[in-house]
Design a protein around this ligand. Structure first.
Ligand code: NAP
Length: 318
């Protein structure tokens, strides 16, 4: 067995706590170092994992015993922290939304390429089993010609954390959760022929939006909201039947009913699979992820940019 993969965590907030518990329990991953700005919180985070509480981003990353960096800071800081990690010569797994816009994504991808470094978006859905099975099923043509797709991700999460509602932290529905149905649609059907987005902008962020991605012969309609409790659902209707997946962004089980019978898709919902896959890809010397290829990240950022343009959603630091 390979030795445990050694991570530098930049950001030690809500997500970093969940991820750390899950991946260290496997003993295949070690949090070697971590950094966030509040020293007291950082030290409390590091203590159970015996991780080194670094005094700066550079101090956390620029160490010979760090195999890769996991960046989970708030959205507005993704670009700058990732740029620093790549400049320091480390492989990176960067949380979604990759950056605030496609242009910054392209800059980071070019930097990683020029340095021969691995860089992937931590779009955990696409490391899970069920979405990959759903994708293979849809692309097999068993549903027949696609007629319509509906996806919702509506959850009252505006008060969940300051990062969801604060424009200075790159908050809002589209970048926080709209990215999931958009990436899902892209992974199933590719770049859309048309994009329309009507949003509800308040207090400098989008509370929600209705998005229509147009494809050849069908539309993918999406409702996204951080103030509505409609929930999460995906229905793909084809001429031979349908596929339903309530918790699609978690990679939870899906069912398809077609003329040829019932297919059930099951798998595990976990961050561990994502971290195991990334560690494997880095060990194999890859610089791109086959689970979420750089082109997918960049194209989805372009879709987000277009939605923002149509909603006139501009952040104060832009
Ligand atoms: N993949 C998923 O399932 C998933 C789920 C939730 C969130 N996310 C993404 O993960 C990111 C974090 O979400 P969260 O809920 O964990 O947020 P959070 O609880 O606010 O945590 C953010 C962390 O980043 C640190 N931080 C912020 N800016 C920093 C900077 N410039 N330098 C160093 N540390 C910095 C914060 O600590 P200090 O303020 O003390 O520095 C804090 O530890 C977001 O981008 C979000 O979109 C992904």
């Amino acid at each position: 067995m390979d030795r445990a993969f050694r991570w530098a965590f930049i950001g030690t907030g809500t997500l970093a706590k969940k991820v750390a518990r899950e991946i260290t329990a496997s003993e295949r991953h070690v949090i070697a170092t971590a950094y966030s700005r509040n020293r007291e919180k950082l030290c409390a985070y590091c203590e159970p994992y015996n991780a080194y509480p670094a005094i700066s981003i550079e101090d956390a990353i620029d160490r010979s015993d760090v195999d890769a960096v996991y960046i989970n800071v708030t959205n507005e800081s993704h670009y700058e922290v990732c740029r620093q990690a790549l400049e320091l010569g480390k492989h990176v797994l960067l949380e979604k939304p990759f950056t605030m816009n496609a242009s910054d994504t392209e800059k980071l991808q070019n930097l990683a390429k020029s340095r021969g470094l691995y860089l992937a978006e931590a779009m955990w859905t696409w490391f899970a089993d069920v979405p990959l099975q759903v994708r293979a099923f849809v692309q097999s043509g068993k549903l027949g010609r696609i007629r319509e797709v509906y996806m919702s991700y509506c959850a009252y999460s505006i008060g969940y954390a300051p990062r969801v509602s604060d424009p200075l932290l790159g908050g809002g529905a589209l970048l926080d959760i709209g990215i999931y149905p958009i990436t899902y649609a892209y992974r199933l059907f590719g770049f859309p022929l048309s994009i329309t987005c009507n949003g509800d902008i308040k207090n400098g962020i989008d509370y929600g939006e209705h998005i229509v991605l147009g494809y050849d012969g069908f539309d993918v309609k999406m409702d996204v909201s951080i103030v509505d409790t409609k929930g999460e659902a995906m229905i793909i209707e084809g001429e031979n039947g349908f596929l339903a997946n309530p918790g699609y962004h978690y990679g939870e089980s899906a069912v398809a009913k077609t003329k040829s019978g019932v297919d059930i898709f099951k798998g595990q919902r976990s961050y561990l699979k994502e971290f195991d896959s990334v560690a494997d890809e880095i060990r194999q010397g890859k610089t791109e992820s086959s689970f979420i290829p750089p082109q997918a990240t960049l194209d989805c950022m372009r879709i987000l940019d277009e939605c923002r343009r149509q909603m006139n959603l501009v952040y104060p630091f832009e």
